[in-house]
Write a protein that binds this ligand. Structure first.
Ligand code: FE2
Length: 455
């Protein structure tokens, strides 16, 4: 078993490929080609490549990964035990059985606790499933198991920090995330964990300072850059820098000629929808984004993406496309095999969220509340992070503020303030509610509180 276990770590070349994966580096293709050249009898580089396909969260690449698994099994006469286990994981994942893939990875890591590839892809899958506890504990075991001098140890800390953050352990997440960044300033996932911690603690200026201080580490040649820029936009949104957000959007998140990548389009939708909720004029950006989503959408595979596509359709006023996509989601539940995680995620959370987004666009705020309020504590079930899912909470709040009876709005906003007192958005929402309730003095106080957090 020991021989099998080290299959992933028996050469510097593999570590360098894994480093590229951890850093979401553009050079991953070159690393995999090198790996294939050096180890032609091993399917490892092709396994890594197939994982990259399922990590896209898109249907077509995931289907290609299934073909690749089949081809690997046909081509290679000698496949090790962990390699076989990885092929099973990719097969489950590519078939849309995310939960089964997650269980297979759990089992793989019990047998091979230092399988660095299983740790990386497992962490990403936990994220797609919104499974905060696994985000923390899958890596938690490895942090204990690995030697601190191991070249991969820092990347484990980066993942662990993100898991801690998603479980609400912000102080510890900051400590662990910074330790990872001290080891590699280019660890964009560790930086992201620290960024999230500042977001959740409403430390927007600390977050902006962090991004500035580590600029050379995260703004280089990596696929994760747009997402970290998206986080910068969240900070700027709280401090009211709309021009700054639109500048970043146009240059870094959805620049002209950008490739069609669902996970980046998702970030684009997520920031534009927040601006839409705040009644900011975003020009023709929704229309352009809408076209990109039309090109990107395929068979339903990961409903978190579909919901963000629907935001773009509604933002662009393309209710024809939004309604069509909602119908596709409805049909996908009716016709899908329930082993497919996406069908369950769609039925429980994705479909009501999608319907609520369309209802919001049509100004049907009662319908938004009817769809979102009962599931508001379970949004995590369709994936993403707390920061990402806050867009659905904000949609609910904005609809509640539009109702003649403001008691629900007041209740929700007070909850938000209790949790995140330093968020100007929360105080300004309270100001709007108090103004509508005819209490300008209290509204002024709430506005002053919001202003006090903006320098
Ligand atoms: Fe994030």
């Amino acid at each position: 078993m020991v021989g099998d276990e080290i299959f992933l770590r028996d050469g510097a070349l593999l570590d360098s490929a894994m480093k590229s994966m951890f850093e979401f580096s553009y050079d991953i293709d070159d690393r995999l080609k090198q790996l294939e050249l050096e180890r032609p009898v091993s399917p490892l580089s092709r396994i890594l490549n197939a994982y990259l396909a399922v990590l896209s969260s898109e249907y077509s690449p995931s289907r290609s990964a299934l073909e690749e698994v089949h081809s690997i099994r046909e081509t290679f006469t000698s496949i090790s035990i962990p390699e076989r286990a990885h092929l099973d994981v990719i097969e489950a994942w590519g078939s849309g059985e995310f939960n089964r893939a997650q269980r297979l990875l759990d089992a793989l890591l019990i047998q091979f606790p230092k399988d660095i590839l299983a740790l990386f892809v497992g962490h990403q899958l936990d994220f797609f499933l919104g499974d905060a506890q696994s985000l923390r504990d899958r890596v938690g075991s490895a942090v204990t198991e690995f030697d601190r001098s191991d070249p991969m140890y820092g990347y484990l800390l980066g993942m662990f920090a993100f898991g801690l953050e998603e479980c609400g352990w912000y102080e510890r997440a900051l400590e662990v995330g910074h330790e990872a960044l001290d080891r590699a300033a280019t660890d964009v996932w560790a930086l992201h964990a620290v960024v999230h911690s500042h977001e959740m603690r409403a430390e927007f200026y600390d977050g902006l300072d962090l991004l500035k201080n580590y600029e050379s580490g995260w703004t280089g040649s990596n696929f994760f850059k747009p997402h970290n820029y998206w986080h910068k936009c969240l900070y700027l949104l709280e401090i009211g820098d709309i021009e700054g957000i639109l500048g970043i959007y146009d240059s870094m998140i959805n620049p002209p000629g950008a490739g069609i990548v669902a996970l980046t389009l998702l970030d684009a939708s997520a920031i534009l929808w927040r601006l839409f909720l705040d009644s900011v004029d975003v020009g023709d950006r929704f229309e352009k984004l809408c076209s990109a989503w039309e090109e990107c959408l395929d068979e339903p595979f990961y409903v978190f993406n579909d919901c963000h596509a629907i935001m773009a359709f509604v933002g662009a006023g393309r209710f024809d496309l939004a309604d069509k996509q909602v119908d596709i989601l409805r049909n996908s539940i009716a016709t899908s095999d329930l082993r497919r995680s996406n069908a369950v995620m769609t039925s429980a959370i994705g479909l009501p969220v999608a319907e609520a987004i369309v209802a919001f666009g049509r100004g049907d705020h009662r319908q938004v509340i009817e769809k979102l309020y009962p599931i508001r504590k379970e949004f995590y079930r369709f994936g993403g992070s707390h920061a990402q899912r806050d867009v659905f909470h904000r949609t609910l709040v904005e609809s509640a503020i539009c109702l003649p009876d403001l008691s629900l709005a007041a209740n929700l906003v007070d909850q938000r303030i209790a949790l995140k007192e330093g968020s100007p958005y929360n105080w300004f929402a309270k100001r709007r509610i108090l103004m509508k309730l005819g209490d300008p003095n209290q509204a002024l106080l709430a506005g002053s509180m919001g202003d006090s957090f903006v320098r």
